[in-house]
Write a protein that binds this ligand. Structure first.
Ligand code: TXA
Ligand code: MG
Length: 325
């Protein structure tokens, strides 16, 4: 357990956290997707510290979080598609890759040398309030060690990272990271599936997004979102030394079993996924067996994360550049 200061989010605590951010500190906070660990996106020293703390490769850029459309326009250039998407899905779990603007905030410390920026306006009221009080865009990757399971609770944050402060507000309701879309291309490219799926994006865009399998976006290769225990996917018959993660009705029971959703509800499964994987990871079993999860709705994103987590070897592994996130 790391000695972070964990605060319940009173107005005083939010002010304190906002002051800490503008003073260059690392503050973890809840978003509707997962917990993020934030720094002032224009502070080079603070972003350096964040990369070191997470063990994140320096060529993997961060998502810049804003509290309003006007703040977003100071950071990124919006084309028509990006404007439509922002009006439709912000605040919310959509990250867009856009060209950097020469506005009043210089967020290049968050961009790993790229001339684009990943930007999102989070839907969680505390995240919005915090960024508004800080008055500056906040770079925030998921609050976990690089390559590992994202943190969806304050407990998971302090398990992984010695941040300066944690604003604690229970579990993140969605439980999976935001959808990442590049609307500079036409049709827009879906780089990371999330709770905003290709169907609803197609409705808003009038054209289906191009789903980029194994996106070559920075930090998208190799093993990510991964527990230390190896995974076995689409399992119907678990083996004796395996822990088990079930989906749908199941008679399996015991200390080594966790249930994503007994009723087969995919949103509930997403919300439980990282927390339950962390619990099973702590048991020291030989493997974690995971029952099949339908590839529909947010199930696409769940299966995407599990496939990345299960990937044990990759040509680039060992070269130190593929363990991003
Ligand atoms: O839900 C989320 O998005 C959470 C919460 C905290 O907002 N954040 C999150 O951040 O998942 P992170 O750093 O774990 O993942 C950001 C992803 C990385 O895969 C990174 O490579 C990609 O966004 N990314 C950032 N900037 C990019 C860019 N300019 N072009 C392409 N991909 C980019
Ligand atoms: Mg991450």
């Amino acid at each position: 357990m790391n000695p972070a200061l964990i605060l319940t989010p009173t107005p005083e605590a939010l002010d304190r956290a906002a002051r800490a951010l503008t003073a260059g500190k690392l503050v973890a906070f809840p978003t509707e997707t997962v917990y993020g660990v934030g720094v002032d996106a224009s502070n080079q020293e603070a972003t350096d510290r964040l990369y070191t703390l997470k063990g994140r490769p320096r060529d993997n850029p961060l998502i810049v979080h804003v509290a309003s459309l006007s703040m977003a326009r100071e950071v990124a250039l919006f084309n028509d598609a990006a404007r439509t998407l922002a009006y439709q899905f912000w605040p919310g779990p959509l990250t867009m890759i856009l060209p950097l603007a020469k506005g009043s905030f210089d967020v290049r410390p968050a961009c790993a040398g790229m001339d684009t920026v990943a930007i999102r306006l989070p839907g969680h009221p505390l995240a919005q309030d915090l960024i508004m009080r800080a008055g500056v865009p906040i770079a925030a990757p998921s609050a976990n060690l690089s390559g590992r399971l994202s943190a969806t609770t304050p407990q998971a944050v302090v398990q992984d990272l010695a941040v300066d402060l944690v604003l604690a507000d229970g579990a993140s309701p969605i439980g999976l990271e935001s959808t990442i879309l590049d609307p500079q291309a036409w049709p827009p490219r879906l780089l990371r599936p999330g709770s905003i799926g290709p169907g609803v994006l197609a409705e808003v865009l009038g054209v289906p997004p191009v789903i980029v399998e194994n996106a070559q976006a920075p930090g998208h290769f190799g093993r990510h979102y991964a527990p230390q225990t190896p995974l076995r996917l689409d399992v119907r018959e678990p083996k004796p030394r395996e822990a088990l993660l079930t989906f749908g009705p199941s008679l399996a029971d015991g200390n080594h079993v966790r249930h994503l959703s007994a009723s087969g509800d995919l949103a509930q499964a997403a919300a439980n996924l990282y927390r339950l994987l962390r619990e099973l990871d702590g048991l020291g079993r030989k493997r974690i067996a995971i029952m099949p999860i339908p590839h529909e709705g947010i199930g696409l994103a769940i299966n995407d994360r599990l496939a990345r987590a299960a990937k044990s070897t990759d040509k680039r592994e060992g070269k130190g550049k593929d363990e991003g996130q």
